[in-house]
Design a protein around this ligand. Sequence first.
Ligand code: NDP
Length: 246
Amino acid sequence: TLPLSNKVAFIQGGSRGIGAATVKRLARDGAAVAFTYSQSADSAQALVHEVEAAGGRALAIRADSASEQAIRSAIGEAVKTFGKLDILVNNAGVLAVAPIEEFSIDDLDRTLNINVRSVVIASQEAARNMNNDGRIINIGSTNADRMPFAGGAVYAMSKAALVGLTKGLARDLGPRGITVNNLQPGPVDTEMNPDNTDFADSLKPIMALGRYGKVEEIASFVAYLAGPEAGYITGASLMIDGGFSA
Ligand code: NDP
């Protein structure tokens, strides 16, 4: 049997990039996967078809992570459709880069709403619906620890917030056997951070491996943390960054 057979996963932000790779991987490992998107309806539908064509189960739900109500009803819809909830992956995130002198308060609010507040709300709603021995996996960033370029202060702050949130949630949910972890990728080739720019070329020399990560490499780590073999890892922020922070 597959490692995640009979499990139900909910991925906040699954239509593109790391989230989409995670939808595919968890479905391949046997989970029924519900995921949200806000803008990318076409990618979301294509992803559902791709998973179903491979024999898996997936459900796309439009839900803006800036909205408390949208997050709560999306989790409710997932539980109603698949009957329960075992795994939550908080992947939705935005990156706004600007010198602090020019950084807009709209971008500050948006970054905190999507990268932090939505993680608290989804974790709360999931905890209320989740089975014992469940899994919560946040997608943080190596930038919580190392921010080697200018303009990313607010993004780094938002990802550093997840380090503390993860520790506290692990304490709340440990008695139920629910683990909570924060995965911290380095540069990964996605629409947020394409591997074909001057910016990408400027980052590679500071990484031990000298290359961008692939979305499948991140999804593989999510699958491990979501699986039965990772039951003794909780409260941890775990680097998967090609040596960016080494
Ligand atoms: P992308 O921009 O490629 O994809 C972002 C995903 O999040 C999309 O599916 C998008 O859906 C969804 N999303 C964004 N805003 C919202 C919203 N308001 N409501 C619902 N869904 C939303 O990003 P990546 O795949 O690169 O990043 C995924 C996560 O990984 C983020 O948290 C990011 O900070 C983190 N990360 C990325 C790194 C990288 O180098 N790529 C490095 C370290 C961390 P839609 O298009 O429908 O809005």
